[in-house]
Design a protein around this ligand. Structure first.
Ligand code: 5AD
Length: 507
């Protein structure tokens, strides 16, 4: 029997999408609530979790090679517990335990709360276990617990999970189950908690985030649109109930729910960022039909243009799959055309890969690999030229930038504009200014980001904030005064006692 280790250490390795990053944070929280502490390396860890992605084949292969690399460590340290979580875990279940003999635990995305108990069982000598049950009857959403000293300027909040679409290429309905929505009151209180702890921006997260439903919210009674959801009402509720939230974003929506009511919400709510990521997948109607996307390119253009024109200056980005079964050169040309027509400033492009359990498996994967690569390169060439032209057009303008943290490549701070451009800027006081919104004059455009200079009002504002914090006796614990100027806004922080409060795990 393995000895019970008291202060055990864990590491979570995350692959794939933002939903996985979010789930990894919740795993850390449930483990810490059970007395675990974060390890700084795999060597000192007692538990290593791989939170996996299976949306494309490449991501799945990566998991297998990463787990394989740990085999020597596991044989040196037999008490080390190895777990696989996320979409590959859900997809493979027990079979994964047979395929990877070093694995102890396979745990699905809906079972994160059970992780400490499963690990404890392993530490007591239990047999390897797979636990991958969807919480269909009483959906559970783990509430985030902002960790003092580690509160990001920009936080992610889950609003729904699962997917009721049946896009023929996509494994998500299989790995994440049907749509379940988090009650709006829980969403609002989690956003309040983040803002209380110091976050300034929230991104709402869901597989089809704009299909949101909650019977407690009023829907739009005048609308007969079958695609109407209560997502616009949720956005309004958040804007009203959390007025201190500086910016609100969401990802990823489905174009079907890009209704007039959503456009109205963008027109009315100042808190909504002026950037929308709206996956189109293809510009060819023939391919869109085979993908079961449930819109034509003309419908996409109409709906998304209506949304983008709700406010001056909204930018768009998208996801595109190249080389879907049967995609001809003419189909691909139609995709390039929609990229031009919509003026996307960001394109996430992927080569089609066959996924288990998806309807498209019935179609032969008949676009040769070299053709997929060549189309992807052409797609990126076009999208990069659009991104470059857009960034260049911002040189000489003033932008309101939410400072986020130290830039990866320079000594400067990096932040984001109200749309989504990354701006590097030299800031007096450096990283202590993270969380402030400042006015920046854009001086230079790079391939994927911008460089700028603070204007003099913002320099004074940052100095006043730093002084106010010094007088308050702590640099990160007290709410400072509101700026007299309407432009920059102060960081808001809660006193430490409130931040340390124990928050419920499950709402
Ligand atoms: N092959 C390639 N790309 C895919 N995506 C989803 N499934 C597949 C697949 N089988 C892409 C889509 C989606 C993004 C998250 O991943 O573009 O929007």
């Amino acid at each position: 029997m393995r000895p019970l280790v008291l202060s055990s250490k864990y590491v979570v390795h995350t692959f794939g999408c933002q939903m996985n990053a979010h789930d990894s944070d919740r795993m850390g929280e449930v483990l810490q609530a059970s007395g675990w502490v974060r390890a700084t390396s795999a060597e000192e860890a007692d538990l290593i979790v791989f939170n996996t992605c299976s949306v494309r084949e490449k991501a799945e292969q990566k998991l297998r090679s990463e787990v394989g690399k740990l085999a020597p460590l596991k044989s040196q340290k037999p008490d080390l517990v190895l777990a696989v979580a996320g979409c590959v875990a859900q997809q493979e279940g027990e079979a994964l335990l047979r395929q990877i003999r070093t694995l102890d635990i396979v745990i699905g995305p809906d079972n994160i709360a059970d992780l400490p108990a499963l690990v404890a069982d392993q530490q007591h000598g239990g047999l390897p276990q797979a636990h991958t049950v969807f919480d269909l009857d009483s959906p559970r959403f783990l509430a985030a617990m902002p960790e003092p000293g580690r509160v990001p300027v920009s936080a992610w909040v889950t609003t729904m999970k699962g997917c009721d679409e049946r896009c023929s290429f996509c494994i998500v309905p299989y790995t994440r189950g049907p749509e379940r929505y988090r009650p709006s009151e829980q969403i609002v209180s989690e956003i309040e908690r983040w803002v209380d702890a110091g976050a300034r921006e929230v991104t709402l997260l869901g597989q089809t985030v704009d299909s949101y439903r909650d019977d407690a919210l009023n829907s739009n009674p005048a609308s007969n649109d079958p695609d109407e959801s209560q997502f616009p009402a949720l956005l309004r509720l958040i804007a009203t109930r959390v007025p201190r939230l500086a910016r609100l974003r969401y990802t990823s929506p489905h174009p079907r729910h890009a209704t007039q009511a959503l456009a109205d919400a963008h027109a009315e709510l100042d808190v909504l960022a002026r950037h929308i990521h709206m996956p189109v997948q293809s510009g060819s109607d023939r391919i869109l039909k085979r993908m079961i996307r449930r819109y034509t390119s003309a419908e996409y253009i109409k709906r998304v243009r209506r949304l983008a024109s709700a406010r001056h200056d909204i930018t768009l980005s998208t996801d595109i799959i190249v080389g879907f079964p049967g995609e001809t050169e003419a189909d691909f040309e139609a995709t390039l055309q929609i990229v031009r027509d919509m003026g996307f400033v960001g394109v996430f492009g992927f080569k089609y890969s066959q996924r288990p359990h998806t309807p498209a498996l019935k179609l032969p994967d008949d676009v040769p690999e070299e053709v997929k690569s060549e189309r992807l390169a052409r797609l990126f060439e076009l999208s990069e030229s659009q991104t470059r032209a857009h960034l260049a057009s911002l040189v000489g303008t003033r932008q309101r930038v939410l400072l986020e943290g130290k830039s990866k490549t320079t000594e400067k701070l990096s932040g984001r504009t109200e749309r989504n451009e990354i701006v590097h800027v030299e800031v007096p006081g450096g990283v202590s200014a993270a969380g402030l919104i400042v006015d920046v004059e854009i001086t230079r455009a790079f391939k994927h980001s911008l460089e700028g200079q603070l204007d003099s009002a913002s320099v004074e504002f940052i100095a006043r904030e730093a002084l106010a914090r010094t007088l308050a006796g702590s640099s990160r614990s007290t709410r400072t005064s509101d700026s007299p100027s309407p432009t920059p806004q102060p960081m808001t922080h809660e006193p430490p006692d409130r931040r340390r409060r124990n928050l419920p795990l499950v709402q």
